[in-house]
Design a protein around this ligand. Structure first.
Ligand code: GFB
Length: 317
């Protein structure tokens, strides 16, 4: 990728897209093209084609998606499939039709089977059944990464994908019902501390294992792979640090200074029992994360408090 390249970042207002824009700016890439949802509906193929024809980007980073935690996904698999499938197909196919030279498609490690070997290698893709709570989202992301792979093989376009593990950081959604676990815990413990509540309700059994990556580390990984001459079709990106939901809750409680006890609600879903991705491929190529979970949590709690004070915090999705 050249400094003068015209780079389209789809989803630049989301947590991932905005982190990618910050990383591009830090890296000296000054020719970034963005569109808000109101300006460009990514569900509309004709609008996406017209956008690419008018803007002619050299590079595209597809960070746009309908996202959410286990609550949002399991309540709306149909919408997660429909919208994410259309976003993936329109942005990737539209780029190819317009001659976009290079494209990075972002997915999620939930594309891998529910009971994949751990840590999950890229080769686990499509080897057995998906996790039901986010099957719609996973199927859409699999379509997107496969479309990139097919276009690369059939048309020689350098379109490739990154599958990040669970992400967190500035600009996250703190929605209590539809959000991901880490930001939701921050909000729950902060509000419980402020109100002086005796207990905080959390979901599931606390036994599932998850891996968390700070979104600024992901953004650096995006730039890193975009600068590889011949990147693999699919690369995992994660921190390599695994933590149980129960231990994560203790860390968030400590980081917020909350004294409440935890009330586990086992009627809520646990989701996939373990999701640690194998990052040996991207690490062998030279990328490594920089922000530990403890450091990332400190930063994110501070960021949440600053966003609350500035009234910019996203309390819904
Ligand atoms: O982050 P999360 O919503 O999604 O939940 P997934 C992770 C784990 O945290 C589950 C537990 O075991 C939840 O039961 N948990 C405990 C909570 N308390 C809470 C809470 O208050 N809110 C939430 N949300 N969870 C998502 C997928 O899976 O991962 C998406 O649904 C996406 O498609 C994303 O891939 C990265 O890690 O289970």
């Amino acid at each position: 990728m050249r400094k003068a390249d015209r780079i389209y970042v789809a989803g630049h207002r989301g947590m991932v897209g905005s982190a990618v824009c910050r990383a591009l700016e830090r890296g000296g890439y000054g020719n970034v093209v963005t569109r808000t949802h109101a300006e460009l509906d990514l569900l509309d193929p004709a609008a996406v084609r017209a956008f690419y024809a008018a803007e002619r980007p050299d590079v595209a980073v597809i960070a746009a998606a309908r996202v959410g935690g286990i609550g949002a996904n399991s309540a709306a698999n149909a919408r997660f499939l429909y919208e994410n499938e259309l976003i993936a197909l329109n942005t990737v196919w539209g780029a190819a039709e317009a001659g976009v030279r290079r494209l990075l498609f972002l997915g999620s490690t939930c594309i891998y089977p529910r009971l994949a070997p751990q840590p999950i290698p890229e080769s686990a893709l499509l080897t057995s059944a998906l996790e039901k709570t986010n099957e719609g989202y996973a199927l859409a992301k699999i379509s997107g990464l496969k479309l990139c792979e097919f276009l690369r093989r059939e048309r020689g376009l350098c379109y490739h994908s990154l599958m990040p593990t669970n992400l967190y950081g500035p600009g996250d959604s703190y929605d209590l019902v539809g959000g991901h676990v880490l930001p939701t815990m921050i909000r729950k413990f902060e509000e419980a501390r402020q109100r002086g509540d005796a207990s905080v309700p959390l979901w599931g059994t606390g036994t599932p294992l998850r891996e968390f990556l700070h979104v600024d580390d992901l953004a650096e990984a995006c730039l890193f792979v975009l600068n590889l001459a011949d990147p693999p079709d699919l690369l995992n990106v994660g921190s390599g640090e695994e933590v149980s939901i129960r231990d994560l809750a203790e860390k968030v409680r400590a980081a917020t200074g909350c004294l409440a006890t935890i009330d586990w609600d086992a009627t809520k879903p646990d989701g996939t029992p373990r999701k640690l991705c194998d990052t040996s491929r991207i690490r062998a190529l030279g990328w490594a994360p920089r922000i530990s979970l403890d450091e990332g949590l400190r930063r994110t709690v501070a960021c949440y408090r600053a966003e609350c004070a500035a009234e910019t915090v996203r309390l819904g999705r």
